[in-house]
Design a protein around this ligand. Structure first.
Ligand SMILES: N[C@@H](CCC(=O)N[C@@H](CS)C(=O)NCC(=O)O)C(=O)O
Length: 230
């Protein structure tokens, strides 16, 4: 079984989960729940660069979320039809990472209003560019005439945005269509409805990450140093 080692939540593993789903590759979340489990992974030699997420696939242990999604994109033929498509996939995926970061950090903010306003300013910056790109390409996809990993990571980020700010895509009909189309792909739809899909991250997730990494909680939380050792 293919294993994805990460904390008990979406975080930097989520784009890999979406790509596994798009490739229709069955996988298991291998949850790192305690400092001891992380320490065991660190000494196991499995972590190429001593970081999570870690994907065990094709008889190798691989890491770095941006490398993981590209590996799966090549494996599943989601990297476009030529070098120029691949370039645009990378440009879009890089911009999506800048958009997605605000949603990924939302659970760590002092309140939801602040988190949503940070997300809104990212969407105000990038949303019109994505919308206009979709208009120019004219196929319903952000690159070329079939699904690429750029569509998949974009739909993943948009889904995170919609969960926290349900009306945020008003005024973006093409982005709305793309999000609907990609979340309706059979592998993705199955994944989103499966136990491997984590809920919108909240305090519980923030605490589990801090506990495993033995690092401080965000300062607005009670007893921020409760997991810090020494
Ligand atoms: N650029 C890396 C960042 C990985 C990263 O920061 N991982 C964190 C968890 S989200 C980690 O492993 N922290 C523990 C450590 O660096 O020792 C990626 O996208 O995969």
């Amino acid at each position: 079984m293919i294993k994805l080692h990460y904390f008990a939540g979406r975080g930097r593993a989520e784009t890999t989960r979406w790509m596994l789903a798009a490739c229709e590759i069955a996988f298991q979340n291998a949850v790192v729940q305690s400092p001891a489990e992380l320490a065991a992974l660190r000494v196991s030699g499995k972590l190429p660069f001593d970081q999570l997420p870690l994907l065990e696939i094709d008889n190798q242990c691989i890491s770095q979320s941006t490398a993981l999604i590209r590996y799966l994109a090549r494996r599943g033929d989601f990297y476009g039809d030529n070098n120029n498509d691949a370039l645009w996939c990378d440009m879009v995926a890089g911009t999506v990472a800048d958009l997605a970061e605000a949603a990924m950090q939302a659970a760590f903010q002092a309140d939801t209003g602040l988190a949503v306003s940070m997300m809104q300013s990212r969407l105000d910056k990038f949303g019109p560019r994505f919308e206009s790109r979709l208009g120019q390409v004219g196929t319903g996809f952000i690159v070329g005439s079939r699904v690429t990993f750029a569509d998949i990571v974009l739909a993943s980020a948009l889904t995170d945005y919609l969960e926290l700010a349900p009306s945020c895509l008003q005024g973006y009909p093409l982005l709305t269509q793309l999000q609907t189309r990609i979340t309706g792909l059979p592998g993705i739809a199955r994944y989103l409805d499966s136990p491997e899909r984590y809920p919108v991250p909240g305090d519980e997730y923030v605490m589990s990450v801090a506990r495993v990494l033995q690092r401080p909680l965000p300062s607005h939380m009670a007893d921020p140093n409760q997991f810090v050792v020494g």
